[in-house]
Design a protein around this ligand. Structure first.
Ligand code: DC
Length: 231
């Protein structure tokens, strides 16, 4: 029987992590864990509870006994926080902003780290985030660092927002992407960073299918390598 792997996908926002980790998990019949959605859920609850995002003690309380689950219905993935479907509410621009603040809290990071390790330790998972290959699973079987230029990522985000009927400015969107990168990279705790042993995939000039093909080839090589070791 094939070993069920732990696959980490890290990288900046807009590089295609969500689409690719979902596609990879589907192909491999693995569980997809969107760790950004977990931080977003904490931010949403903090907003609902009226917690100051810099109040680490209050955030710690919020995280005590918190449950976050990923469920799949008719092929659609949903995020449940304390049993409530928050999939849509966590995607608003103000929750994105609040999440960046909440994600800097040591208590929140500690709670998310424990949950993510609990969910992923058995293998058969694709986890996407910023610190999976460096902090959460430094011994992941495969680590990908998915990137693209800030310009390309900004353009994708711009096209996505336009298709949703949101009127925005392209240059402003590129500047927002660059500002988010700077915040994620400059953070003291678990900053966005490529692990030394991560496979770098630059998606600037590639389609989703081309990136997925590259990733699947890496997974296949790893499975062959592990099978040969077991023989
Ligand atoms: O991937 P995303 O845009 O949904 O992430 C939302 C925020 O959470 C973003 O500011 C980065 C942060 N995050 C993090 O600090 N660590 C992770 N493992 C995942 C996301």
């Amino acid at each position: 029987m094939k070993k069920k792997l732990i696959i980490a996908i890290d990288g900046p926002s807009g590089a295609g992590k969500s689409t690719l980790s979902k596609a990879l998990a589907r192909q491999l019949d693995y569980l997809n864990i969107d760790t950004g959605a977990m931080y977003r859920s904490v931010a949403l609850l903090a907003q609902q509870w009226g917690i100051n995002p810099h109040d680490d003690a209050a955030l710690k309380k919020l995280c005590t006994g918190l449950s976050i689950n990923f469920v799949y219905n008719d092929g659609l993935g949903k995020v449940l926080a304390n049993g409530v479907d928050v999939s849509e509410q966590i995607r608003t621009p103000d929750i994105s902003l609040l999440t960046a603040q909440v994600a800097a809290s040591p208590s929140v990071r500690d709670a998310m780290l424990r949950m993510q390790r609990e969910m992923g330790t058995g293998g058969g998972v694709v986890l996407e985030g910023r610190d999976i290959g460096t902090v959460v699973f430094p011994y992941a079987d495969i680590k990908f660092f998915l990137s693209a230029t800030a310009e390309a990522r900004g353009q994708r985000r711009y096209a996505e927002l336009l298709s949703q009927g949101v009127a925005i400015d392209l240059q402003q969107t590129i500047a927002d992407v660059a500002a988010r990168d700077a915040a994620d990279t400059a953070r003291t705790l678990a900053p966005l960073m490529q692990a030394d042993d991560a496979v770098l995939v630059d998606s600037t000039q590639l389609s989703i299918d081309e990136v997925l093909k590259k990733m699947l080839a890496v997974v296949k090589d790893k499975e062959t390598e592990l099978a040969a070791k077991r023989e």
